[in-house]
Design a protein around this ligand. Structure first.
Ligand code: GDP
Length: 459
C-alpha cells in the first residue's frame, strides 16, 4: 500500500438530514481527528480499537469550545474502503454543523479530497481495479434495481475476472509468437503448426470479445437508461401517454440537484430498464417566443433518442404536420402509436404504408400501454431481459473492447496473409493493451485522473 497524505470530505449528501458523515482517510486519520475530538470518557482515540465507535464532541482547536456532538468510527487499513486508515465522523446533519466539522478536520491537518479521491485510493492501493471503481459510481447513480444489480456484479469483479481471463489468453498467444521468433533463425524455418495454433487461439478470443460486445448496447441502456422521446402534433395525447406511463407506481424520480438541464426528464422503470422520457413541454414553451428554437430543439432531442415514439390521433385525419414528422423520423428507431382508438376512426391507414411498428392504444383508458412496453423490450432486449449474465455497461469499456478486437483481427488477417510473426506480435500486443485499459492495468495517469474527476465529492 502506498502512503498518501490524509484527505477528508463530506461523504453524505449536503442538506438537512439526521446525520452527516465526514470521512477522513490516510495514515494520519486518527492523529488528525484526535486533535479535535474530545471523547466522553476523556481518553485519546490514538489507541482506539478498529471497527468500534466513540462518542464525544468535535471541539474548536483554538477556543476549545464544542462544535458538534458526534460519534466517530475507525476502520483500520487495509480493511477499509480506501485500504487506508479511515475515521468517519457522524455529526448532526445540518449544512452548518457539517461544514464546521469538516473545516476543523482540515485545520487539524487533512487536505480536502478531490471528487472521487477515496475510490481512487482504493484503486491506487490495489484493493479494486478500475472497472470496479467505475462500478462504485454506477451503484450510486443506478436508477433501477436492475441497473444496481449489474453495477454490483461489476463492483464485485465479474467483469475484471472475464477481462483478466481474456488477457491471460492473449498473453499466451504473444508468448507463443515470441517463442517461435526467438528460437528460429529464419522465418522460413518456423514450425508450421505455430501459425495454425496462433490463428485458432486468436479466433477463440475474438469470438469471446464479440460475445461481450453483442450485449453492450443493452448494457448501456441498463446503466444509463433508454432515451425515449414522444413526438406528435399538439393534442394527439402525448401528455396523457406520459401520465399513463408515470402512473405506474414503479415510477422513479431523479432530478439530480446541481446539474443544469434544459429539458425536464422523467424516468420510468420498465421491468428494470430505466426509461428516460424527454418531456417536450419545455420545448413547446419556447415555441411561442422563438418558434425556430423550439423546432430545432425537438429535432435535436429526436436525434439523441434511442427510440422515438410517434403519436397519431386516429380520430383525426392525417395532416401536413404529421407528414413532416414522418419524414423526419423515418430513418430513426421508432414506434407509431395510434392513439384514441376508443373514438371513431377517421385516420386513413393507407397513408401510413411506408411506416411500421404500429401499436393501437388509448392513452386515456390505458388500453395498449402494455403492448408498447412489450414492443420496447422486443426492440432492445430481444423480448426478455437477462439480468444474470455479465454485461458491458460502460462506453469506455466498450471502446476498449472494440480496439482490442480490431487489433486482434488485424493480427489474424496478417497471419492469414503469411506476414512475418513480428508484425502479428505488434497487433496482438496492442490488443492486449486495450484489454488492460478496462481494468486499469494499462492506462495513462491522466486518463485515470479524468475518470475519477467525474465522480462525486466524498466518494
Ligand atoms: P398533447 O398535446 O399531445 O400532450 O395531448 P394531451 O395528452 O394533452 O391530450 C389532448 C386531449 O386528448 C386531452 O383532452 C386528452 O384527454 C385527450 N386524449 C388523449 N388520449 C386520448 C385517448 O386515448 N382517447 C380519448 N378519447 N381522448 C384522449
Amino acid at each position: 500500500m502506498k502512503e498518501f497524505d490524509t484527505i477528508a470530505a463530506i461523504a453524505t449528501a449536503i442538506g438537512e438530514g439526521g446525520i452527516s458523515i465526514i470521512r477522513v482517510s490516510g495514515f494520519k486519520a486518527l492523529e488528525i481527528v484526535d486533535k479535535i475530538f474530545k471523547a466522553k470518557n476523556g481518553l485519546s482515540i490514538l489507541n482506539m480499537k478498529p471497527y468500534t465507535m466513540k462518542y464525544g464532541h468535535i471541539v474548536d482547536m483554538e477556543t476549545s469550545q464544542n462544535i458538534d456532538e458526534v460519534i466517530i468510527s475507525f476502520m483500520k487499513g487495509p480493511r477499509s474502503f480506501t485500504a487506508e486508515d479511515t475515521v468517519e465522523i457522524n455529526c448532526h446533519g445540518g449544512v452548518v454543523s457539517t461544514n464546521k466539522v469538516l473545516q476543523e478536520v482540515i485545520k487539524a491537518g487533512a487536505r480536502l479530497a478531490e471528487p472521487g479521491e477515496f475510490t481512487k485510493r482504493a484503486f491506487l492501493n490495489g484493493r479494486i481495479d478500475l472497472s470496479q471503481a467505475e462500478a462504485v459510481m454506477d451503484i450510486i447513480t443506478a436508477k433501477t434495481e436492475l441497473s444496481m444489480k449489474s453495477a454490483m456484479m461489476q463492483s464485485e469483479g465479474i467483469l475484471s475476472r472475464e477481462i483478466n481471463n481474456l488477457r491471460a489468453r492473449v498473453l499466451d498467444i504473444v508468448a507463443l509468437i515470441e517463442y517461435a521468433v526467438d528460437f528460429t533463425e529464419d522465418e522460413e524455418e518456423i514450425d508450421p503448426q505455430i501459425p495454425i495454433d496462433v490463428a485458432n487461439k486468436l479466433r477463440n478470443v475474438i469470438n469471446e470479445i464479440d460475445k461481450l460486445l453483442k450485449c453492450a448496447d443493452e448494457g448501456k441502456i441498463i446503466r444509463d437508461g433508454l432515451n425515449l422521446v414522444i413526438v406528435g402534433k399538439p393534442n394527439v395525447g402525448k401528455s396523457s401517454l406520459l401520465n399513463a406511463l408515470l402512473k405506474e407506481k414503479r415510477a422513479i424520480v431523479t432530478d439530480i440537484p446541481g446539474t443544469t438541464r434544459d429539458v425536464i426528464e422523467e424516468y420510468i422503470n420498465l421491468d428494470g430498464i430505466p426509461v428516460r422520457i424527454v418531456d417536450t413541454a419545455g420545448i413547446r414553451e419556447t415555441e411561442d417566443v422563438v418558434e425556430k428554437i423550439g423546432v430545432e430543439k425537438s429535432k435535436e432531442k429526436i436525434n439523441e433518442a434511442d427510440l422515438v415514439v410517434f403519436m397519431l390521433d386516429t380520430s383525426r385525419e392525417l395532416d401536413e404536420e404529421d407528414r413532416e414528422i414522418i419524414e423526419f423520423i423515418k430513418d430513426k428507431k421508432y414506434v407509431v402509436l395510434l392513439n384514441k382508438v376508443d373514438l371513431d376512426r377517421k385516420l386513413n391507414f393507407d397513408a401510413l404504408k411506408d411506416l411500421s411498428n404500429f401499436i393501437e392504444i388509448s392513452a386515456k383508458t390505458g388500453f395498449g400501454i402494455e403492448l408498447l412496453k412489450e414492443k420496447i423490450k422486443e426492440l432492445f432486449f430481444n423480448g426478455s431481459i437477462d439480468s444474470e449474465s455479465l454485461m458491458i455497461t460502460n462506453t469506455r469499456h466498450k471502446q476498449a473492447l472494440y480496439r482490442a478486437i480490431e487489433n486482434l483481427e488485424l493480427g489474424l488477417t496478417n497471419l492469414n496473409n503469411n506476414e512475418f510473426l513480428d508484425l502479428i506480435s505488434i497487433y496482438v500486443t496492442s490488443g492486449l493493451r486495450a484489454l488492460g485499459e478496462i481494468t486499469g492495468a494499462e492506462l495513462e495517469e491522466d486518463v485515470v485522473n479524468k475518470i475519477f474527476a467525474e465522480f462525486c465529492c466524498g466518494k
